[in-house]
Design a protein around this ligand. Sequence first.
Ligand code: AMP
Ligand code: MN
Ligand code: MN
Length: 333
Amino acid sequence: MSEETMSRALERAVSLIQKSKSFYVGTHIRPDGDALGSLLALSLALECRQKRVARLCADPAPASYGFLAGADRISPKPPDWTADMGIVVDCDGIGRLGPLEAVFERLPRLLDVDHHATGQTFGEVRLVDPSAGAAAEIVYELVRSLGVEIGPDIAACLYAGILTDTGRFTYGNASSDSLRIASELVEAGADPHGIARNIYEDRSVAATHLLGIALARLSANDDAGVVSAMLTRRDFVETGAAASETEGIIDHLRAIGGRRVALLFVETDGDRVRVSLRSDGSVDVSAVALQFGGGGHAMAAGCTVQGRGEEVRDKLLAAVRGALRAANAGHDS
Ligand code: AMP
Ligand code: MN
Ligand code: MN
């Protein structure tokens, strides 16, 4: 989005917020660091402006994010009061709210704050910038436009969002804006060492065993540069790991030299498979994920597909290989 369009959307977002007194702030199912950091920072900022806020997410925050201010106030159910306005952060489509979608759709005003590129925007105002490394970067601009002074709590939430979504400032989406904002957040009181320790150095033994299983089972003998691994429901029972403890496993697959696309398949309840896709830029994996009802970014995307593990894996691998062939043909012509 151009700077001009974005600053106009910011102005409209601020005026909509100023008109409202009470808010539901929501984010996507299975929340990650950007989802939680954006939700919690924005909620704190609205409270600084004397607004009433409910923090909503259908799934609980992983324990490693419990240190973020207000994490203990996130609820899967709406409160007994109705809000004037809903703000949805880091959601590639309103469906990403899961069971909370209907709750937000009923609200009189809706603001979409996001950085996904698949165009599944919604709401009266759409503050969506696919060039942002994290939704937290957009929330940072919004909080400042609201005239809220950023203190250590808001700073830590936003820093956590940018840190995690840019892969500790190493993915292709990490820009000079990501680093500039992060630097300003550290000046405002975010503690980079403490935040990184909480997020990355708190893995349980069970989750470490689960990581070991994924790595031992990885299949990388593929000419096209596709690597993948599968975790079954049985692996979770045997290790005792929670369903939320798969974060970070895909990074070990994407770190393999020569890899073009990495996929992690995780069997979940109800005969479904959660798929994470990562690309080195050779193909847009969000387009593949979109074919299967998911979405994301060109280099990091995901979807949840009905079916058994092997069946879903074969379909996804065929789609990825097809996309790689099409990309190669495009380069050759
Ligand atoms: P993950 O592999 O879960 O870390 O997700 C990678 C990216 O894809 C993130 O930006 C997610 O928001 C997005 N994503 C993951 N699953 C879905 C889905 N089912 N629908 C839309 N976007 C998704
Ligand atoms: Mn997210
Ligand atoms: Mn994000």
